[in-house]
Design a protein around this ligand. Structure first.
Ligand code: IVH
Length: 675
């Protein structure tokens, strides 16, 4: 059906209105109309567009959530590298930074702009002809992921800029995507209700959301954005301060807490002012970003490989609170390691209430002289885990005594052993209920067999009721066994049985990880699974055979061999096999490796100048290759650095292709350019 011009006008009018109200609501936080009125316009527009699909344009407000889920994000090369910032925690270093600027700029006068350092995820937005055409993550600074469909769902990002000015139609803006603290808490509550994974903090929630492959999921999450950097081609002399204003005029959200400062004293004043105010803000900030105002001076000051010399981040100190150490309890892990835990008088710190915190080991407690009854300082740094940092000695009460590690396990009463030279005490009783419990929890955890519903509380009940003793037992449970348990309805019993059944499909590498062999984390488990291919082959592997695998050292090798020497372990594995849990990788579909080194094997020898060995291996892995430890005819490349060893000679003899560091770099670079 061809559309009458009247319809076209009506559609455009509705779009303009909706754009304006989006801006009022999402950017200015000042809605002019009710949700009802807004929805009415939106529905009217969606209705007209469905009747006249030929009139749908990519910048229509209805087009925010679209497209099919992507398997992988395309890679984009940034038009200029997305640098990070040098950090400092001290005013002294801020003054030092100012002196360096002064030295380089000489007599030229200069000013600073101070902004809040938002704690989120950096992105780059690209507009062409005024339309939002691409949004990307920072990635490694040079290349990032194209996450345009995900960013389009953020309602404060205009799909079309509010300008007709030619110079401003083609721009790039950089900024931070983040989540408000309250929105984050609501999201986590929702996640919990659905039995989904909880996010550690708003930044992780944001990062996790932007990585989602389905834009519909992203649209359902409360993401926001503030832009803090504009690049566009203009001949005129420019100031960063004006750029911030311009971003705002274009309809892009800009955090309004920025200030022009004439000198470093004013900068420091800004930092001092905001540090105590951070908790009053609805979003997380972790410092202040200080930038030279004049853009031409940015050019004069230049950048190092990682960060510009015209900017500096002043990071706030970790947040802290004082509380009372009420007791020190002991936690027994799945390998029997005993960790002392601080039982604290509950205290609010950076948005959550802290009851407990690890004290790591008895040496740490002795060094810091933590005693039950002490007033201690609790700190929460950039990460989420609170740390008991020190005791407030002047508040120590008389009668406190130094902590003494008990000689017996608090759970099973068995002896605690601390081998010479080690700092961790262990309960060596493999059937210690705490260990059994932890081992089963680990077995069922998301990264291992991923058995939904088999969490701490249920495992505890099952053990108490003698229904399970090791992690093979869940496979022989029936719904009727479960129903009599407390808080277990028929439906949840069925669900659990189904989840256990489903875990039999987990790949061999996850099964291996789930066994909880000491030092065999998820990555090592994958390496071993790929290399040995089956439980039978692994069972009979010797230390030498294991150590021949590139990533495996003697410590891991010994641990694996010892694990398979233990009769009890072998019995459990036998039962797992009988239940139908995967015991080999052979019949699995392992996704074909991708990248320039897909399917290729490398041996490294000699000293590399530009990379550590770990870095080189990581690049090879990321490009789909494998690093092995010894050269054979089947080896594809030997990467030889300075003073290569016997592997080099062997490669020569066997005619294996030898490349030096430069050739290696060239291979990577040419590939990147092709992209
Ligand atoms: S400017 C070349 N301004 O901090 C300068 N960055 O450690 C680029 N950040 O990757 C950064 N708030 O993700 C700038 N007002 C702000 C910022 C900010 C947060 C983040 C950004 C950057 C990181 C640097």
């Amino acid at each position: 059906m061809s559309a009458p011009p009247k319809i076209f006008q009506q559609i455009e009018k509705l779009r303009d209105e909706i754009r304006k109200h989006d801006f009022q609501y999402y950017v200015l936080n000042e809605p002019l109309i009710s949700d009802y009125e807004y929805d009415r316009r939106y529905r009217q527009l969606a209705d007209l567009e469905s009747r006249y699909p030929q009139l749908v344009t990519p910048d229509s407000p209805t087009q925010r959530v679209g497209g099919e889920p992507t398997k992988e994000f395309p890679t984009v090369t940034h038009s200029s590298p997305m640098l990070s910032l040098s950090n400092t925690y001290s005013e002294g270093e801020m003054r030092e930074f100012n002196r360096r600027v002064r030295t380089i700029l000489g007599e030229d006068p200069y000013e600073y702009v101070c902004e809040l350092k938002l704690d989120g995820v950096a992105v780059n937005l690209k507009y062409e002809g005024g339309l939002f055409v691409q949004g990307a993550t920072r990635g490694d600074g040079v290349m990032g992921d194209d996450i345009t469909p995900n960013l389009k769902t953020i309602r404060s990002i205009p799909l079309r800029l509010f300008t007709e000015e030619t110079a401003l139609l083609n721009i790039e803006a950089r900024g931070e995507v983040f989540m408000n603290k309250l929105d984050f808490e609501a999201l986590n509550a929702e996640q919990k209700k659905r039995g989904e994974k909880l996010f550690a903090n708003p930044r992780n929630a944001t990062a996790g959301t932007l990585k989602q492959q389905d834009p519909r999921v992203v649209a359902s999450r409360p993401l926001r954005i503030y832009l803090y950097y504009l690049s566009y081609s203009s001949e005129e002399e420019q100031f960063h301060y004006d750029d911030l204003k311009t971003l705002g005029k274009l309809g892009l959200p800009v955090n309004q807490n920025f200030r022009l400062c004439g000198n470093i004293d004013e900068v420091i004043e800004f930092c001092r002012e905001w540090e105590p105010r951070r908790d009053d803000l609805p979003y997380e900030i972790d410092g202040v970003v200080v930038k030279i105002n004049s853009i031409p001076q940015h050019q004069v000051l230049g950048s190092t490989a990682k960060s510009p010399r015209w900017a500096m981040a002043y990071k706030f100190k970790a947040r802290e609170a004082e509380t009372i150490l009420k007791g020190i309890s002991l936690q027994v892990g799945r390998t029997g390691a005993v960790t002392p835990v601080a039982e604290l008088e509950p205290v609010r710190l950076a948005g959550s209430t802290i009851h407990r915190a690890t004290l790591h080991n008895e040496e740490e407690i002795a060094r810091k002289d933590f005693r039950v009854g002490d007033t201690v300082v609790l700190k929460k740094g950039g990460d989420v885990i609170p740390k008991v940092s020190e005791v407030v000695l002047k508040k120590r009460l008389p009668g406190t005594v130094p902590f003494q590690m008990p000689k017996t396990c608090p759970v099973c009463g068995g002896p605690l052993i601390k081998p010479e030279g080690e700092i961790i005490s262990r309960c060596e009783n493999l059937s210690c209920p705490a260990q059994v419990q932890r081992r089963i929890e680990h077995f069922a955890s998301r990264g291992a067999m991923d058995i939904e519903g088999l969490g701490t509380a249920i495992v505890e009940q099952l053990i108490e009721n003698n229904l399970i003793r090791d992690f093979s037992d869940p496979y022989f449970l029936e719904a009727d066994d479960l129903i009599p348990l407390e808080r277990m309805a028929e439906k949840s019993a069925d669900n659990l049985i189904r989840a256990i059944e489903k875990s039999k499909e987990r790949p061999f590498e996850k099964v291996l990880f789930a066994l909880g062999i000491r030092f065999v984390g998820a990555t090592v488990a994958r390496v071993i699974a790929r290399h040995f291919g089956s439980m039978d082959r692994l069972k009979s592997a010797t230390c030498e055979e294991l150590e021949a695998v590139y990533e495996i050292g003697p410590r891991i090798a010994r641990s694996v061999v010892e694990f398979f020497q233990n009769e009890v372990n072998l019995k459990v594995i036998e039962r797992l096999a009988k239940a139908g849990v995967r015991m080999a990788a052979e019949d699995e579909e392992i996704p074909a490796p991708k990248g320039i080194f897909a399917g290729k094997t490398f041996v490294l020898t000699g000293r590399l100048a530009g990379f550590t060995r770990e870095e080189a291996s990581e690049i090879i892995h990321n490009e789909g290759g494998q690093v092995i430890s010894s050269v054979s005819k089947k080896t594809d490349f030997v990467l030889a650095g300075e003073e290569p060893g016997s592997k080099y000679k062997k490669a020569k003899k066997l005619g294996v292709k030898i490349i030096d560091e430069e050739e290696f770099e060239n291979l990577i670079m040419t590939n990147k350019m092709r992209e």
